[in-house]
Design a protein around this ligand. Structure first.
Ligand SMILES: [Zn+2]
Length: 192
């Protein structure tokens, strides 16, 4: 972890780590000091803190990533943050990677959401196929017709080639039924 500046501002990864109390003492001081004088990074932090508690818990849980709103992504991009985006049709897959200067990875998972009351997501990773990570009651915008998925970024950045599968489930009192299944075929950045 290093509080290296990108274009004079704090990388999202650093802000996230600071917010989750994962920065060391030196980085914590550097972030504290930067936030005192930089409104732009303060607003980015507000956007992060504005995410639901469930999202924060998901980030802490490590592997599973988080789900965010379109507003949040648009605000980050409008401030010049480098956001890599992939769009997956329902039951689709994508070859994906992370460039060295990317700050955030966002996948748009297209799915019909009009009749969904509660949405869960189940994640499996090819290097631990027997482990299912389940996110319960994840936030979504029924009108958007898509779920915004943020993989755990610093983990993905350092990951070897692997496949991740995300299954979206509509859950009601009686049962859960599958809305869509999405496959990410990840390759490390060449030479990175
Ligand atoms: Zn700043």
């Amino acid at each position: 972890m290093s509080a290296t500046m990108v274009a004079g501002h704090l990388p999202i990864e650093t802000l996230l780590a600071w917010w989750l109390h994962e920065t060391d003492a030196a980085d914590t001081d550097a972030v504290d000091e930067h936030l005192l004088r930089c409104d732009a990074c303060g607003e980015t932090l507000d956007a992060l803190v504005g995410l639901a508690d469930g999202v924060r818990a998901a980030f802490k849980a490590g592997l599973v990533g988080a789900i965010a709103s379109g507003d949040f992504i648009a605000r980050l991009a409008s401030r010049g943050h480098r956001v890599r985006e992939y769009r997956l049709p329902c039951n689709g897959g994508v070859d994906c990677t992370v460039a060295p200067d990317d700050e955030l990875l966002v996948a748009h998972l297209e799915t019909p959401l009009q009749d969904v009351d509660r949405l869960d997501a189940v994640v499996t990773l090819s290097f631990a196929p027997d482990v299912q990570h389940r996110l319960e009651d994840v936030p979504f915008d029924a009108q958007a017709g898509e779920v915004l998925w943020l993989p755990k970024f610093d983990l993905i950045r350092n990951a070897p080639a692997h496949t991740a599968e995300v299954t979206l489930l509509s859950v009601d009192a009686d049962a859960a039924h599958e809305l869509g299944r999405y496959t990410f075929r990840h390759q490390p950045w060449p030479g990175g």
